[in-house]
Design a protein around this ligand. Structure first.
Ligand SMILES: [Zn+2]
Length: 422
């Protein structure tokens, strides 16, 4: 497969981009024949966006329970419904998530949920990239831990059948308050042995840190270092309640941090990611949305704006987290965290490209494209989404979208009804 994008805006110039297979082959004035030719006039090319924290099938719980406290929300609304979730629900919920991501310009996501092998099938069909992990809890109970480990081993075996450049198996230890130190050490050993990424929630609320200190006599991050859990293949999401020592430790172990500003604000976690201090400590930060029950969308355009504005508000300094820095968080930094050769439009990089519609009022006038992307545009400005050298959306049309929308509506209503009948 080859694609030639002609006369598109890139780095303030009008150029051509030639894609061969799944890589960007040539950029500039290109004179070749291609199977697909896209007129790039009045469009700008940017790298596809990367979302480093999702629970994809939670799209089915979009706007099901809002405006509640975190623990009450989880225990009275989310977990009772999730207890009834089936493989079919996961399949259609993940298809809906992929559709939403394609339409909002995200070409890769880092997921933690149930039945990874079913999510893998959905991701494979939809054409985007997914790092898929089965969530692991042991609740400090040995029997539960053994059962959970068996499930992880089986899940990774099943996921490996789908393994490709687009479907990447990973591990999903849930949090410090749902997984024991022994469980976390087992995860780290398993991750090293099979060269897998790990995906973990860390320092989301003040309470989880305080409870942990009461129990263990030390803060979570030094504890995680002590037990040997921290490493460069760990994506730690949230990381709101950190002190300077925590940040130094995370930087020393090259832990990748996923910032989820919309979810943090919606669940009122009480602080913002300490971005300036993290960068000064040498930490790596990318961007995520979290699941649709706590966001309530998977829109990285929206998250870019929330991230930038949240930092400015939090630091009382409008120079904090500039538009170009936040765009890098959502592209190059995300691709680095998930270990792919993407997030950048350059020869030899993965062909993951968005074409933005410059005829949209949000890009008019276009004094500064990056500022318009972060502060003015929204995801409906994405006209074309290309992932892995394939056109997934053109003129905002995605193949099969009507079926996915009606099926997901039906499945979500049935899931809630089944939970209420219990
Ligand atoms: Zn989460």
């Amino acid at each position: 497969m080859s694609i030639l994008i002609e006369n598109v805006q890139f780095n303030n110039k009008e150029i051509d981009i030639y894609i061969e297979g799944n890589l960007i082959s040539e950029i500039g004035d290109v004179n070749v024949e291609a199977e697909h030719v896209i007129d790039g006039k009045s469009k700008a090319a940017i790298p596809g966006l990367v979302n480093t924290h999702t629970h994809a099938a939670m799209t089915l719980l979009r706007s099901y329970a809002d405006d509640m406290a975190l623990q009450e929300w989880l225990s009275t609304k989310i977990w009772p419904v999730e207890a009834n979730i089936t493989k079919d629900d996961i399949y259609w919920g993940t298809k809906l998530a992929c559709l939403e991501m394609i339409k909002s310009g995200t070409i890769m996501f880092n997921d933690m949920y149930y039945h990874g092998e079913i999510a893998a099938k959905a991701v494979k069909e939809m054409g985007i990239r997914g790092v898929l992990s089965e969530v692991f809890f042991d609740m400090f109970d040995e029997t539960k831990g053994e059962k959970g480990k068996k499930k992880v081993i089986k899940g990774i075996e099943e996921l490996k059948q789908f393994k490709s450049e687009r479907v990447i198996p990973a591990l999903g230890p849930h949090t410090i308050y749902t997984v024991s130190g022994e469980g976390l050490q087992w995860m780290r050993e398993f991750a090293d042995k099979h060269d897998l990424l790990m995906h973990f929630h860390l320092a989301e609320s003040k309470k989880e840190n305080e409870d942990f200190v009461k129990k263990q006599g030390m803060r979570p991050v030094p504890y995680l270092e002590k037990i040997g859990f921290l490493c460069e293949n760990l994506v730690a999401t949230h990381c709101v309640w950190l002190d300077k020592k925590d940040m130094e430790i995370l930087a020393r172990h090259k832990v990748k941090i996923s910032h989820n500003p919309v979810s943090n604000m919606k669940l009122a976690v009480g602080a913002m990611l300490p971005y300036n201090d993290l960068i000064s400590a040498g930490c790596h930060v990318s961007l995520g949305t979290d699941g649709c029950a706590s966001n309530n969308n998977l829109d990285i355009f929206e998250s870019m704006k929330f991230a930038a504005l949240g930092q400015k508000m939090f630091t009382s300094d409008p120079t904090t987290l500039s538009a170009s820095e936040v765009l890098k968080m959502a592209t190059k930094s995300g691709a680095e965290a998930l270990r792919t050769n993407g997030g950048e439009i350059a020869e030899g990089m993965l062909a993951d490209i968005l074409l933005l519609n410059l005829k949209d009022p949000a890009f008019t006038p276009n004094h500064n494209l990056i500022s318009n992307i972060v502060y003015s545009a929204n995801s409906s400005c994405v006209d074309t989404t290309i992932c892995d050298g394939k056109i997934l959306m053109r003129g905002r049309k995605v193949e099969g979208e009507d079926t996915i929308l009606s099926k997901a509506n039906e499945i979500a209503a049935d899931l809630v009804q089944r939970s209420l009948n219990k």
